[in-house]
Design a protein around this ligand. Sequence first.
Ligand SMILES: Nc1ncnc2c1ncn2[C@@H]1O[C@H](COP(=O)(O)OP(=O)(O)OP(=O)(O)O)[C@@H](O)[C@H]1O
Length: 543
Amino acid sequence: MSRKEHKAKKRANEDEDDIQFKKHKSNGKEQKVRDKKEHKKKKEHKDKKGKNNKKEKKVKRDNSETTDGEQIKSDVEEKTEKSAGNESIKDAPGGYRQSEDLSNIPQADVDIFYKENEVSVEDKLNYNYRPLLSFNHLSLKPEIQSEISKFPKPTPIQAVSWPYLLAGRDVIGVAETGSGKTFAFGVPAINYLVDNRSQKRGVQVLVISPTRELASQIYDNLILLTDKVGLECCCVYGGVPKYEQREQLKKSQVVVATPGRLLDLINENSVDLSQVRYLVLDEADRMLEKGFEEDIKSIVKHTNTTDRQTLMFTATWPKEVRELASTFMRDPVKVSIGDRDELSANKRITQIVEVIEQRQKDRKLLDLLRKYQSGSKKDDKVLIFALYKKEASRVENNLRYHGYDVAAIHGDLSQQQRTQALNDFKMGKSNLLLATDVAARGLDIPNVKTVINLTFPLTVEDYVHRIGRTGRAGQTGTAHTLFTDQEKHLAGALVNVLNGANQPVPEELKKFGTHTKKKEHSAYGAFFKDVDLTKKPKKITFD
Ligand SMILES: Nc1ncnc2c1ncn2[C@@H]1O[C@H](COP(=O)(O)OP(=O)(O)OP(=O)(O)O)[C@@H](O)[C@H]1O
């Protein structure tokens, strides 16, 4: 096997755990610079906000009138006024037309929806579509309409993003964990295919996700739609044989994939992406970070680069990835639900943070399991996060030794073992799952009552995603996090997330301040190399 082939094979099986480990190495310095930038940006943001607040206060105080009596509309009213439906919404290129029912809804109802859900839409082309307050405001293919109408109504991210997506626009969708982002990007994609069935052959919709389990879950969601409209969907990820995937790719119009395996299949000419008209990056900020960025650039170049709709969906949208994201997209509409500019967690999750010594963790974990999974709670599902696979293996053995029937997911296990563990946990065969960050994002496991962060993740974004495995689809949940001085450089950002969700901030955590001190992680030693932070994201040129 040539060096190139060896490298490709290794990458195709590279896993989130391995990528996380690499990422950790380069993390130290970036964190320091990030904190400095964050501090500066926050100061600017505060100054700007101060000015806006004065204006808003003025609007509120004068009951939206200036001193000379002229009516001022708040930003929200201004924005939605134009979309009141009084003007005829131009026929959008993608064929979206605002329904009569929706146009007749009083503007006040639309304003209330925007305010209650803290909706913000940034669209320099000012399409100003109204949010779909009911599935009746949509006219999708009957089979698709019937599948989604099983839910009471669109979630806010679906309600706001669907008109733009059906109109063919690029969209960046940012909404809290567990808020229905999969169908937010999946429904318009499949509807598009049905609308354009006759015109194209081959793979036309491509969804890329950071982990095998999440790719598999997205696939399970999309086949609920594709099976009903006679389309083929397949899922490709590493850790399993390729031959079956090669065969499925030949007849599929929709592909869900992890980057490594997909690139492997591209390089051996087993898949042609030149007809991909609809590209989705799920957990988009993760896909644009180190470890995935180069793979994503390579994949994008193989898609239809002249007439492509590109979507990015995530619960966290750090400033560091926004510039690179914009090089993949054309006039994207940014749809945010909730105050997503600042990193924020799902507010239905009760967040408990405990500062302890590293050596106290094993005992503390047993105490927490007695607290969250005994007596009337003995059947409650609990998800424990370790940081790396070695720690996960050790903790798994320790829990088994103490009589716990624990399932585990981490990079040292075979794909079959990981899939089995996740299914056992989802089906309730085991109500205790131990995972590394391979399970941090996207996994939609019903009724997880408690997330325990045994070791804090590499970034506070990952913390928000981890705890988002509970409190999904409108439910509440609890996250209990053990914090040590190994992670003190993340204390400031964590305090902000806790404050943003009106959660208690322990005094011991405040003592760390916003240190960005270089750290030694006892379990893994000092490991990060200086990175060239002056390097700007490379502009993607479309072939
Ligand atoms: N309109 C809807 N109403 C109610 N529940 C919905 C709706 N759409 C999707 N759901 C359900 O909400 C749950 C969460 O959806 P999904 O996994 O897409 O969330 P997400 O926003 O992608 O979360 P994460 O940020 O963690 O990836 C799923 O069980 C899904 O079936």
